[in-house]
Write a protein that binds this ligand. Structure first.
Ligand code: UDP
Ligand code: MG
Length: 311
């Protein structure tokens, strides 16, 4: 029996590149037929150029092609989520349309899936070009490692194959602050990596501005890490303890040992320590409030308590 593979392609202003991408995809689909048939879902993220028209032209092809068109730009993460929600295949592959993700690797992804792998992850062999972008991307992975509850691999991309089981669980996630690849890593399942040499963007430049990338990183960090929230509390505890120790030392030296250490602590010095103590208390209170907001955040994002692979 033929199996359906859904190809999810987020597109934003890609009128010029779509035809080339589609030709490459059709070549791969031809090689994998008749064991696999492909449905290609273009998720048009509110493009302002003729992307939609380019997709209409493709609909005359043998490949089964669908388009989901957003009313405005909601972002790549939303586009991927919309694609996965309407995928009907036994597995789905998320891929960029700019040919930076090699389309030929789809056969390798499917071969791994046939062997029972549930999540196949495309990992870049080399960092992304552009010094600032590659530094920022490494910094993001490091910060998420340090502060976050989810481990992500440097170089791991959105180019992934997901088994139907994974798609079904992903579709139940309802949080708004989301980053596809971090959520998939959070879900677990049997995973394998496929390393690839990144292709060169065929048309135009990256659709992400530095601002958009920064916002995405902050939103991923907020949804996968509670440590920044707890930091105020930890800092408060440290400051309170240091100020208590300091004030005890000053009081004992000044009033009990009658200035035996010859430190001559002045009144303002005592006041400064008192001030430090109060700052510590305020930070501790913020820490307690943060714990409650962290708990509210967990409840609101409504992530499943656990994910079952098989019963
Ligand atoms: N994309 C999208 N919405 C956006 C930004 C990008 O749907 O807000 C699509 C884009 O058309 C492309 C894929 O996501 O198919 C990857 O985008 P891009 O190549 O600009 O990102 P980069 O490779 O620089 O990370
Ligand atoms: Mg790209």
């Amino acid at each position: 029996m033929t199996k359906i593979v859904s190809i999810i392609v987020p597109v934003y202003n890609e009128e010029a590149g779509i035809a080339v991408f589609d030709a490459a995809l059709r070549a791969v689909a031809g090689r994998l037929a008749p064991e696999f048939t492909f449905e290609c879902i273009y998720c048009n993220d509110g493009s302002t150029d003729a992307t939609s028209k380019s997709i209409d032209v493709l609909k005359k092809n043998v490949l089964s092609i669908h388009e989901i068109e957003f009313s405005r730009r909601f972002g790549k993460e939303a586009a991927i989520s919309a694609g996965l929600a309407s995928a009907t295949g036994q597995c789905a592959i998320v891929i960029d349309s700019d040919l930076e993700h090699p389309v030929e690797l789809i056969s390798e992804f499917i071969a791994r899936w046939k062997r029972g792998v549930e999540v196949v992850i495309g990992v870049r062999k080399r960092p992304k070009t552009g010094f600032i972008r590659s530094v920022c991307s490494s910094l993001f992975v490091w910060v998420l490692h340090f502060f976050g509850d989810t481990r992500i691999m440097p170089g791991a991309t959105d180019f992934r194959l997901l088994d139907r089981k994974v798609i079904d669980v992903f579709n139940t996630l309802s949080e708004h602050d989301r980053m596809f690849r971090v959520l998939i890593d959070w879900l677990g399942f049997k995973r394998e990596e496929v390393y690839f040499e990144q292709g060169i963007r065929k048309n135009g430049v990256s659709r992400y501005s530095f601002n958009a990338l920064f916002r995405l990183a902050v939103s991923a960090l907020l949804s996968h890490s509670l440590l920044p929230l707890r930091m105020a509390g930890l800092l408060g505890i440290c400051i309170t303890f240091i100020s208590i120790a300091l004030s005890l030392f000053m009081i004992i030296d000044k009033y009990i040992l009658n200035n035996a250490g010859n430190y001559n602590f002045s009144g303002p010095a005592l006041l400064a320590v008192l001030n430090m103590f109060l700052v510590g208390i305020v930070l501790c209170s913020i820490g307690i409030l943060s714990l409650y907001s962290a708990s509210i955040k967990r409840e609101v994002s409504n992530r499943p308590l656990y994910v079952i692979r098989k019963k």
